[in-house]
Ligand binder design. Structure first.
Ligand SMILES: NC(=O)c1ccc[n+]([C@@H]2O[C@H](COP(=O)([O-])OP(=O)(O)OC[C@H]3O[C@@H](n4cnc5c(N)ncnc54)[C@H](O)[C@@H]3O)[C@@H](O)[C@H]2O)c1
Length: 338
């Protein structure tokens, strides 16, 4: 675009977050907004409530990862220097509609990588998942554990980790990814096998009874949503020379805690919490197949200094409750009167 002086107008560079109004994306946007970065949020279903407090600091561009032209356009028109690619269908919806999941998660990621290549974007960070591990996992998973996912979601994410590695080798793209364990925090509505962790805390806060759909002894690695946003930001900002592994495990709550241990922490804050257990056979079968107890994230620690702020479950639950208390609208908990 030409200015009145006839000079080419220099727009400042921006960061793009796909899925930017989602659960983790909005928290990441909050982090970047705190540094006054220029941020574009690309999302199919923009959730404006989640952006409470930073509305004026971000630009929302509605769009669909499945539509290549929309992805190319948002990158081309906005001087994008880096992409955080978080837009995705999650695990349960992906298994319910694997065909749509392929289009959004796999085809959509290819489009993001192509847009980066064609329009000279310097860096892409991708949100992967511990769900890329599957068959044969027992105990701790390391960055060397064989990735043999059992879900459509895990298959797609694993392909994209490798696709990013290919774009790095073939086209020199600076690609990095983090494999979150199950992310928990307030206001999540998408069903997921691990969501009992979040819903147990949220139901107690809302003074609603909670029937837990796994046994009290069940455990799965989880990460607080603030840590998910933080490790995504950290891996993006890490110096290029430090990135050797490229696709990284990241841990959250350590050691992994059972549902009943979580219940005990919840009851310290809310002694009246009404929690019962009625394990669903199909969910328990999933936990029998996927025996993943701990995430070994030594590479992320060594290469770019990863350390979760909420590895302690007590600290996580206290912050979770405080977030719901202070920002009910942000997490979809506000009643019409509040
Ligand atoms: N939540 C978890 O437990 C978890 C665990 C591991 C990895 N991840 C990954 O982290 C990222 C963020 O997940 P989240 O928990 O914030 O989920 P989320 O569902 O809250 O956010 C995903 C966002 O992507 C958007 N989106 C979906 N389809 C789209 C499309 N076709 N085009 C454009 N946008 C689209 C949604 O509207 C949503 O805002 C995802 O890539 C997810 O796969 C999440």
């Amino acid at each position: 675009m030409k200015s009145t002086l006839g000079l080419r107008e220099v727009k400042s560079m921006a960061k793009l977050i796909t899925g930017g109004t989602g659960f983790v994306g909005a928290e990441l946007a909050r982090t970047l907004a705190g540094r006054d970065e220029k941020i574009i949020l690309f999302d199919l279903f923009p959730n404006r409530d989640r952006l409470e407090g930073i509305e004026g600091k971000v630009q929302i561009i509605p769009g669909d990862l499945k539509v290549g032209a929309e992805v190319f356009n948002v990158v081309r028109e906005n001087q994008i220097e880096g992409i955080y690619h978080l837009g995705s269908m999650l695990s349960v919806p992906s298994d319910a509609n694997p065909w749509a999941s392929f289009q959004v998660n796999v085809q959509g990621t290819l489009q993001v990588l192509e847009a980066a290549r064609l329009f000279g974007v310097g860096k892409v960070v991708f949100a992967s998942t511990a769900g890329t591990y599957g068959l044969g996992t027992t105990g701790a998973v390391t960055d060397e554990t064989l990735q043999r996912p059992i879900t459509m979601y895990g298959c797609g994410k694993l392909y994209c980790e490798l696709l990013g590695r290919f774009y790095h080798r073939k086209f020199g793209l600076d690609f990095r990814s983090v494999r979150y364990p199950s992310v928990i925090g307030p206001g999540v509505r998408t069903p997921g096998v691990a969501q009992y962790n979040a819903w147990m805390i949220e139901s107690a806060f809302l003074e609603k009874p909670f029937e837990c759909y796994v046994s009290g002894e069940t455990k799965i690695p989880v990460m607080y949503f603030k840590d998910a946003a933080r490790c995504t930001d950290m891996v993006y900002r890490a110096e290029k020379e430090k990135i050797r592994t490229m696709n990284y495990n990241v841990s959250g709550v350590t050691p992994t805690r059972t549902a009943r241990e979580l219940e005990a922490v919840v009851k310290k804050h809310m002694p009246g919490a009404r929690i019962t257990y009625r394990p669903q056979p199909e969910v328990m079968e999933f936990f029998e197949t996927l025996r993943m107890e701990e995430i070994d994230d030594r590479r992320a620690q060594e290469e770019w200094g990863w350390e979760p702020l909420y590895s302690d479950l007590e600290r996580l639950v206290a912050d979770f409750i405080e977030e719901m208390r202070s920002h009910p609208r942000r997490y979809g908990l506000a009643t019409s009167g509040s």
